[in-house]
Ligand binder design. Structure first.
Ligand SMILES: [Zn+2]
Length: 155
């Protein structure tokens, strides 16, 4: 499969030192198409869609963002904190618009699982099914993420 100029640009944007110091690929040597394909398959096995995951992350992010003073307890299970970072970032896939830098840390105290993401992570999952490369700082394993975002009944 021949890469289009747009795809070449995306693969470049994902490298370390282009949009962020660490980039989005970690130690993963796969093309972003391959990463996306593998994670799409994982979602099918998990019987969840990228939209459902993104909606759930958005829900926690909004709740945490509205609470400026540290962590907030949500639904008696999830402790969620928004840590703000100065600056904005653009989507490496070439969408217009900017995303707030910052980090959301969610602890599922029932399952004792912690996951963290950024506002851009939500966008990349919703629009691109991109969970980042293995070893990337905000790489989210679909199974782990799903487990952390839901309680026993749903997860
Ligand atoms: Zn995008």
């Amino acid at each position: 499969m021949k890469e289009t100029p747009q795809e070449t640009k995306i693969q470049h944007n994902l490298q370390a030192g282009i949009l962020t110091i660490d980039g989005f690929l970690g130690k993963d040597t796969r093309h972003f198409h391959e990463i996306i394909k593998a994670d799409s398959r994982a979602l099918i096995e998990l019987e969840i869609t990228q939209q459902q995951i993104a909606d759930r992350m958005e829900y926690f992010t909004t709740e945490a963002f509205e609470n400026y003073d540290g962590a907030v307890m949500i639904d008696d299970i999830y402790r969620v904190e928004y840590r703000s970072v100065r600056g904005k970032i653009i989507c490496p896939f070439g969408h217009s618009g900017v995303f707030r830098k910052g980090e959301i840390i969610l602890y599922n105290q029932f399952k004792k699982l912690t996951v963290s993401w950024t506002p851009l992570s939500i966008h990349m999952i919703r629009e691109h099914c991109f969970f980042e490369g293995k070893g990337s700082k905000y790489r989210l394993e679909p199974a782990e993420l799903k487990a952390a975002l839901y309680d026993e009944d749903q997860g």
